[in-house]
Write a protein that binds this ligand. Structure first.
Ligand code: ZN
Length: 265
């Protein structure tokens, strides 16, 4: 961890929760070496340096399923316990990479409702509440937002990660200047879409775009898969995961005001 700016850190920027997602790691390393005019203390963190060094998602278990962590657990459970202490009373940006398009988008958890307000101000087209699936992420602790920046390991992802970090630091008043305008829509991520066994996979739908019931959404070895239910695909890709295509999502609303009304009722 490297702290920059005046006083104790109040803000945290994290890369490398997953060691094979290098865009966020490069952004964190560039930002902590940069000559930034910081108005608040910022901790720049590479979360799992041992996994980053070997280019693996994790060593013992998935760090972003290990929160709130366990000081007596495996390597990632211990790291999660340590990170939770850092982020639980601070405002945090966590940078991830992905295999799917389009990116970037934000991920939050509705157990921390202030995350909706934070994510709504990030320069992303979509905010995804992942409550109920993929529990144990950093978003279960404190005021944090995760951004999926783009294809893993590309320069494009590193540039996007830096752009997102710059916007985040402006909107929490850690950097001078106005953040870019933002007007995302909001989704809830639900069931994973299982991959039948096969050799070649194709996806025929676009992430975040409505898929009506009866659509052939993917193929396995040329055999089409048809959905009985309408959904919005999230993190969907042919070869990003070994066991799933991605997730079925549902649109919550087009605006933060409408999200608040829905969640209050
Ligand atoms: Zn990740």
């Amino acid at each position: 961890m490297t702290t920059r700016g005046p006083g104790e850190p109040e803000i945290v920027v994290v890369g490398g929760i997953h060691g094979d997602e290098t865009g966020g790691v490069r952004a964190v390393r560039r930002l902590r070496e940069a000559d930034l005019d910081l108005k608040r203390g910022v901790a720049f963190v590479v979360a799992n340096p041992a996994a980053v060094n070997v280019g693996e998602r994790y060593l013992d278990s998935d760090l972003n399923r290990a929160f709130p962590g366990n000081p007596a657990g495996d390597r990632e459970e211990r790291l999660a316990a340590h990170l939770r202490k850092l982020v639980q009373d601070r405002t945090t940006l966590s940078l991830h990479g992905t295999h799917s398009q389009p990116t970037p988008f934000a991920l939050i958890h509705r157990s921390q409702p202030r995350q909706f307000d934070l994510a709504a101000r990030m320069p992303v087209p979509h905010v995804v509440d992942h409550w109920g699936v993929n529990e144990g992420a950093i978003t279960s602790c404190g005021l944090s937002v995760e951004i999926e920046v783009g294809p893993q390991g590309t320069e494009e992802a590193a540039v996007a990660a830096e752009h997102q970090a710059d916007a985040f630091l402006k909107l929490v008043d850690a950097l001078p200047g106005e953040p870019p305008t933002a007007d995302p829509d909001f989704f809830h991520m639900a069931d994973p879409i299982r991959k039948p066994s096969g050799i070649s996979y194709e996806v025929h739908v676009t992430n975040f775009e409505s898929v009506p019931a009866g659509t052939t959404y993917a193929s396995v070895d040329g055999q089409g898969l048809i959905t009985d239910d309408p959904f919005h695909p999230i993190l969907m890709s042919a070869d990003g995961y070994s066991d799933i295509f991605g997730y079925k999502g549902a649109k919550i609303a087009d605006s933060l005001e409408r999200v608040r009304e829905i969640l209050l009722n």
